[in-house]
Design a protein around this ligand. Structure first.
Ligand SMILES: Cc1cc2nc3c(=O)[nH]c(=O)nc-3n(C[C@H](O)[C@H](O)[C@H](O)COP(=O)(O)OP(=O)(O)OC[C@H]3O[C@@H](n4cnc5c(N)ncnc54)[C@H](O)[C@@H]3O)c2cc1C
Length: 385
């Protein structure tokens, strides 16, 4: 654990009780929230459903300056989670499998990967704070206090429950049950290849053989990470990945059927320049992510007895990956939450008002990102509005 996290804790104002915070989810948003709240002097426990031994994969994630600065403030040096410091995006229009026109853009941020960022965060969460293998199944008020229920039959009280439990969030299902996930009609096929399409790849390359496809590739430690967006009916998704898209929201390597693999290879051969198609074909371990939509959120805070529960990150609003806002939103919301709670703890600010102020500041960005996804999808000819 980074000792600055405890040393920096501000003194609580006399008479302000020390809130007990339960963070649900130990991926990205949850650990950022936990580290910020620990530093602010709260009593924090992180509950993560998967066992400590479970390997979880994820791909390339672009982080903007606001999120990078929050990680900096946690004392996590960029070199720990940014392997390639390029800010360049090359956007390539592809016609007849050949690059037709390239536009160079500068991204106001840097690319990390889920494993690099997760490792940097997890290394700083004290072992006593993280409880793995703890799947939340329910939340109810008991004698005025929020009480979490877990799949193993146990229960734990908290004053504030922070749901950072991702796209299939139990928190969202309990607190905001009308906002169900909807399949957008296409899939982000993903893989990590040992060889890049060209030696010396440093930038993020976005190939657009539109309409109906997009292919992104960027360097990661040990090779290159690619994402190939392709249309897919719900029936084909179930055939290829073994379950409907709103149930199997991530298809892990063991869920990728030979038919899914052949389909992606054939589309790469039909649409991409040969060197990029060769990278796809050569990739052994693959994953797939169903692209999903949801109604924009109208709130982030709920009273539970005398306590509260909040949703943040993908639990609040899973957004289409092209928006590159999912992790950014979660990290920015976590930092804003720590600010609001610190005003309560340090200066006795009214807690419901502090939480509603946080909601007012962060809801518009989440709503905008949810709305932007289908607009980008439309431009690419992917999915239906
Ligand atoms: C192809 C692709 C590209 C992307 N690119 C970008 C990008 O460039 N920029 C960007 O900002 N974002 C990007 N994203 C989005 C980003 O990956 C997600 O927004 C981010 O990972 C969400 O983090 P999270 O911690 O909120 O949720 P998750 O990573 O989904 O984590 C949720 C955690 O909660 C746990 N959990 C779930 N249910 C329970 C339960 N009942 N009890 C306890 N624990 C539970 C899970 O096991 C998991 O560990 C991309 C996504 C994809 C698919």
């Amino acid at each position: 654990m980074d000792s600055t996290l405890t040393l920096a804790a501000p003194a609580a104002r006399a008479g302000t009780p020390r809130l007990r915070v339960a963070v649900i989810g130990g991926s990205l948003t949850g650990p950022v929230a936990a580290l910020l709240l620990l530093r602010a002097g709260f009593d924090v426990t992180v509950y993560e459903a998967t066992p400590a031994s479970a390997s979880r994969g994820g791909g390339l994630i672009g982080l903007e300056h606001a999120a990078l600065d929050i990680l900096d403030g946690l004392g996590i040096p960029q070199r720990e989670f940014i392997a390639y410091d390029s800010e360049t995006i090359l956007q390539v229009a592809v016609r007849d499998r050949r690059p037709a026109q390239t536009v160079r853009r500068t991204y106001p941020g840097r690319n990390t990967t889920w494993p690099l960022l997760h490792r940097a965060l997890a290394a700083r969460v004290p072992a006593a704070v993280l409880r793995t293998g703890m799947r939340v199944t329910g939340l109810a008020a008991h004698t005025g206090r929020p009480v979490l229920r877990f799949a193993d039959g146990s229960s734990e009280p908290a004053d504030l429950v922070v749901f950072a439990d991702g796209r299939s969030s139990i928190g969202r299902r309990l607190l905001d049950p009308d906002r169900a996930l909807r399949y957008a009609g296409y899939v982000a096929h993903r893989g990590i290849a040992v060889h890049a399409p060209r030696p010396g790849l440093r930038d993020f390359v976005r190939m657009e053989p539109c309409p109906g496809a997009q292919f992104n590739v960027a360097p990661v430690p040990g090779g290159c990470d690619w994402t190939f967006y392709l249309g897919c009916t719900p029936a084909a998704y179930e055939r290829h990945f073994g379950a409907p898209p709103t149930r199997r929201v991530f298809a892990l390597p063991q869920h990728i059927s030979p038919a899914a693999r052949s389909h992606v290879d054939a589309q790469a051969d039909a649409l991409l320049p040969p060197d990029h198609a060769a990278v796809v074909r050569a990739t052994t371990a693959r994953m797939a992510v169903a692209v999903l939509d949801i109604d924009p959120p109208t709130r982030m805070v709920w009273p539970v007895g005398d306590g509260h529960a909040v949703l943040l990150g993908d639990a609040l609003a899973p957004v289409r990956p092209h928006t590159a806002r999912g992790a950014n939103n979660g990290i920015e919301q976590a930092a804003g939450l720590a600010v609001a709670l610190t005003q309560h703890r340090k200066y006795g600010a009214d807690l419901p008002a502090a939480l509603h102020g946080w909601q007012r500041r962060h809801l518009p960005a989440a709503v905008a990102a949810v709305r932007r996804g289908p607009v980008i999808g439309d431009r690419l000819g992917l999915g239906a509005r």
